[in-house]
Design a protein around this ligand. Sequence first.
Ligand code: SF4
Length: 214
Amino acid sequence: MKENKFSEILEILEQNTPLNAPAMILRKSFKRTPYTILMATLLSLRTKDENTAQVSKKLFKIADTPQKMVEIPQPILENIIKPTGMYRKKAQTLRDVSQTLIQRFDSRVPLDKKELLSIKGVGEKTANIVLNNAFGIASIAVDTHVHRISNLLGFVKTKNEKETQKELEKKVPKNLWSDFNFTIVSFGQTICLVKNPKCRICLIKNYCTKAKND
Ligand code: SF4
């Protein structure tokens, strides 16, 4: 795909991102700092953005720093984050990661990818989201929406999220990386749904080989 096709498609999607897209609601649900972005990203694993937004709004009013987070008794933390699922494991991860930040990074979130990945509980996707959203360091975070839609639109031809990430980083111009995840995820949550995509109102159907015209 030619470079300008990426820009054309992303520009159309960016200009038409619905305000009710769960990714948009999540973005506006809490005061964004590197720490809250990291914690919200950990909470968002394997749950819907609506659930993460609801929990983040409540949690960061009580604990928006590593110190405040580790001071919340585990059962209370579990109860607060319950709507995001896997709450016992996630509560432990939030506490462990916060403890590591206190002990090794002076309570700050490191802006170096290697350092981020050295924290137990922080994986590649989380690190990329944090670098991008908290520090403006361009990276492409690939989740299920990004993997599915990138293949649908012919950006890549890949079998899994890891391959998609590698291919996208080779093909997508770097100036488009920052908003790539947010734009594609918002589109996947509102128009290009897994079941019954809204092809009739899709503004990029001319680029899509799977468009349904019914
Ligand atoms: S035309 Fe349909 S399947 Fe293709 S990108 Fe648009 S919504 Fe998705």
